[in-house]
Structure formats: structure tokens, C-alpha cells
Design a protein around this ligand. Structure first.
Ligand code: SF4
Ligand code: SF4
Length: 478
């Protein structure tokens, strides 16, 4: 099975219950944003921009748990911001488990290994020494960290921690292979950390998934290589969605990066071209999401948006109409359902009811439409897909690993030029030379097959400007 049986049964029971009751609108997945603070500033992230004035605010733990009760979605995706920064994240996960929910922790992975070391400290016994040794041998835990786990005191042992569970997934944000991912998250070394965290999670028995956003300049071959590589790490499943041009992200792009958002985000036609192979990927890799949604992405059918099925709750309340667009916040899920004029949103038979929806085909608007379809044929293909054999992990190989680590690991990170300018003796390779041939650093048009990821040189340019002004500079990335 692509998705574990117990979890499938839970979701199926939820849908059947509401269909029998003829509930017109109900929640399938709660997008819970306990905070919007993040340790990264990814290009294209709408959250940290839209909520820039409330980054210090947090939803109290009890309120987070009450929101889950309020909408009663069987699945909760804890996102943000970076949810592992939330001070009560462990208690939140434990509380949602007590409510019997399936949990996804959507993370950029930078704090995942720390959280897993905390877990190890609480359960460590001498019988676990071989596993600890394995983590040290694979450089996932340092000797010093291993010693801290062995010598955990009573306080460390008593901590509430995030334990492996079949009801919980780490859902790691990965937008491409090393060069592209680090460029999009605007920091070198993040891709490598994602890989280390996934490896550690698998050794410790956690379920792991990944989520990927496809942008205009995303190279389709690279996405396929990324799936192969992640599958070789035995990742349990992948979510993939086209990027959406958030107003806040668009404004940021113009102001901070001096870029035209049209260069970056996908139109519907472009999305269909990028996702032409999604059904093939669904057979080769464990792609989460219904085959009905996959047909929609591939341009084989239309669907109507069901944004109310994946509601978002955050510091301002229930965000309407969807995860992407904000026309208001409501105090309860019921009030949001009853007040929002849902018939004014989405795209029906190719015609946008709201111009902002025109190019949207995102997972959080349309994947539930596939799961909730009343057509017997759709129910059948959804069941066949989920109950079908889980694709086998892609064979790991040195070549695949080499293709994956195509950035800072081999001296070709997006900050390489700035570093070379700071320290020419180190002989860092020029940036943006991920292909063997030399080429322009500007973003290449999609028609040419794309060039340097987003083409965003702002971080490097800032550094070079500071070097010019001050003679030297140090960066977090060094
Ligand atoms: S890690 Fe997530 S929340 Fe943080 S900046 Fe990136 S996309 Fe936004
Ligand atoms: S189509 Fe639906 S999910 Fe997409 S922006 Fe419009 S309301 Fe939101």
C-alpha cells in the first residue's frame, strides 16, 4: 500500500461519515500554523512576508489543540514558519496524537536532528548502543552528541519528545537537488542537512515524507532525479505542488529581488507542461495525493477547488478562503464555513470565478477535490492507487549521489563567487556553474531549459557589495 492501512481507514471513515450525514463542507486536513517565525527566508515563501508584522506572535498550545477539535480534520499538517521553533511543539504533537489525529510536521529540517537526539536521550539504554554507533559512523551524530545522549540526566529523560509513530510523518521541504534547493532557501548547506536528517529519521524508525513546490524555472529532469535520490533514501512518500503567486511573495520579489513575478510563477498551461509526467512518477515513486489530482495536474481533466477541506488556522484565526489567499480571518471553523462565499472562488471548467484563482492548481485547493469526488470511477482509481503495491526504493548509486550533491558540496554553491572574492587563495569555483559549460548567471528563459535555478543573485550581490564597501565580510553561510 502507498499509505499505511490504519491511516487510510481513518480517512475513509471520516469521508464516509460525512457523506452519510450529507455534510456539505468538512475538513480533511488542518494546516496549523502555530507561528510564522522561520530560520530561513526562502524565495517565494508567502508566509514570512504576509505575516511579517506578527512574526513574534504564537498560537498558545491549548488554542492549537482546540482548533484541531473545532474542525475535526483527521490529519493535521503543522507548518508555519518553522514549526520546530515553536516552544511547545512536542506537547502539540503529543496532544494531537491524544486526539487520534495523523500528524505531518512540515519542516525545513534544520532542527530535526536536534529533536531526534532529544528523543534518543529519553529512551537510551545500553541495548541502543549499536544504533547510536551506527549514527556516529554515518556522521549523523557527533561523538560529543552521542555522549550527551548516553549521559542524559533526569531532566533530559523526562522531556516530552517527538517519538517515531506510524501516525506521524516528518515532512521535509525539498525543492530540488543541492544547488537549486539551497538557492531557493537562500542558504547553502540546507539540502545537505535535509539529507542527513532524513537518514537519521529512517534509522530511528520515523516515517518521513518530502514536499516540493515546482516553479517556472524548475527543471523537470531535476525533479525526477530528486525523486530518485529521495526514494533511494527510503523516504516514505512525496507531496508535489505547483507554486502559487502569493500577493505577498510577488511584492517581495519586486521590492527585494527586483524580479518580475511572471518570471518565477507558473500559469495553468505551464503547470500542465511541468506535470505532464506526474502519473508516470506516481507509478515509480510514492507520490502522496490522489490520481484524480494527478490527472488534473497533467491537464487531463478539470476539478473545482475545495479549499474549505484544507483550512488554515494561525495567529489571526481561521484564514479564508484558503492557505494561499487571505480575504479575512474568522474565530471558528464553522463561522468561516458559513460566512465565506465559496461560490465566488476557484476555477470552474477553466473559467476563474476570482482572477486571483486563475492559475492556481495547488495541492491544498484541489487534492481534496480528487479525494471527495462522488464519481464511482474516481473512487475506484483512488482506491486502486492507494491499495496498489508501494513502489520499491530506487537503487542507490554513487552516480545518483553525485547528481544530487551538485552545489556547495563540490564547491559550486550559489555563494561560491562571493567566497572566492573574500578569500581568493581558497580557489572557490565560480557560482552558477552547475553544468560543465560556462554560462550567464542570469535566469535563463524556461524555453532554453532554464539556467541557474531562480536566477536570484541577491544574496551573492549583497555580499559582493559589502565586500566592495568594507573590504571584507563574514556570512552565516561560511
Ligand atoms: S522554510 Fe518554509 S516557512 Fe521558512 S521561509 Fe522557507 S518556505 Fe517559508
Ligand atoms: S483556486 Fe482555491 S485554493 Fe486556489 S487560490 Fe483560489 S480559492 Fe485558493
Amino acid at each position: 500500500m502507498r499509505f499505511p492501512l490504519a491511516l487510510t481507514v481513518k480517512i475513509a471513515r471520516h469521508i464516509i461519515k460525512h457523506k452519510l450525514r450529507k455534510t456539505p463542507k468538512f475538513a480533511m486536513v488542518l494546516q496549523l500554523e502555530p507561528l510564522h517565525t522561520c530560520n530561513l527566508t526562502c524565495t517565494g515563501c508567502g508566509r514570512i512576508r504576509e505575516y511579517s508584522t506578527s512574526l513574534k506572535d504564537m498560537v498558545p498550545l491549548e488554542q492549537c489543540l482546540a482548533a484541531a477539535q473545532d474542525c475535526d480534520a483527521p490529519m493535521v499538517s503543522i507548518c508555519g514558519g518553522e514549526p520546530l521553533i515553536y516552544p511547545k511543539i512536542e506537547e502539540l504533537v503529543a496532544g494531537l496524537r491524544e486526539q487520534g489525529r495523523i500528524i505531518y510536521i512540515c519542516t525545513n529540517a534544520m532542527f530535526m536532528r536536534k529533536k531526534m537526539r532529544d528523543y534518543m536521550a529519553t529512551v537510551f539504554t545500553p541495548e541502543m548502543e549499536p544504533k547510536l554507533q551506527q549514527l556516529v559512523a554515518e556522521k549523523l551524530v557527533t561523538e560529543k552528541e552521542a555522549e550527551a545522549i548516553r549521559k542524559a540526566d533526569a531532566a533530559a529523560k523526562a522531556k516530552v519528545v517527538i517519538k517515531p509513530s506510524k501516525w506521524m510523518y516528518w515532512n521535509v521541504h525539498v525543492d530540488g537537488l543541492e544547488f537549486t534547493h539551497d538557492l531557493i532557501v537562500e542558504r547553502e548547506g540546507v539540502f545537505k542537512e535535509c539529507v542527513l536528517a532524513i537518514k537519521m529519521a529512517k534509522i530511528l524508525g520515523y516515517q518521513t515524507a518530502t514536499n516540493t513546490t515546482v516553479y517556472k524555472e524548475t527543471d523537470v529532469q531535476e525533479i525526477e532525479d530528486m525523486f530518485k535520490f529521495l526514494s533511494s533514501l527510503d523516504v516514505d512518500g512525496h507531496t508535489i505542488s505547483p507554486g502559487y503567486d502569493y500577493d505577498a511573495a510577488k511584492k517581495d520579489m519586486v521590492k527585494r529581488l527586483g524580479r518580475d513575478p511572471k518570471e518565477f510563477f507558473l500559469t495553468r498551461d505551464m503547470t500542465r507542461k511541468k506535470f505532464a509526467k506526474i502519473e508516470e512518477w506516481g507509478q515509480l515513486f510514492t507520490i502522496f495525493g490522489t490520481p484524480v489530482y494527478q490527472e488534473f495536474l497533467a491537464g487531463k481533466r478539470e476539478l473545482t477547488c475545495t479549499a474549505w477541506a484544507i483550512p488554515t488556522y494561525n495567529v489571526k484565526g481561521w484564514k479564508a478562503p484558503c492557505y494561499l489567499m487571505t480575504d479575512g480571518h474568522y474565530p471558528t471553523y464553522g463561522e468561516m464555513l458559513g460566512t465565506v462565499k465559496w461560490e465566488t472562488y476557484g476555477v470552474v471548467n477553466g473559467v476563474a470565478r476570482d482572477s486571483r484563482c486563475e492559475h492556481c492548481m495547488v495541492h491544498c485547493g484541489y487534492d481534496p477535490s480528487g479525494a471527495l469526488s462522488n464519481k464511482p470511477r474516481d473512487t475506484w482509481i483512488n482506491m486502486k492507487y492507494n491499495f496498489g503495491a508501494k513502489p520499491k526504493p530506487y537503487p542507490a548509486s554513487a552516480d545518483l549521489e553525485k547528481r544530487a550533491f551538485n552545489g556547495v558540496t563540490i564547491g559550486k554553491g550559489h555563494l561560491a563567487e562571493a567566497k572566492a572574492a573574500i578569500n581568493p587563495a581558497a580557489g572557490a569555483r565560480g557560482a552558477f556553474t552547475r553544468k560543465e559549460e560556462e554560462h550567464t548567471h542570469a535566469a535563463a528563459p524556461a524555453a532554453t531549459g532554464g539556467g541557474c535555478g531562480t536566477g536570484d543573485t541577491s544574496q551573492r550581490d549583497d555580499l559582493l557589495a559589502k565586500i566592495k564597501a568594507n573590504g571584507s565580510v563574514t556570512t552565516k553561510a561560511e
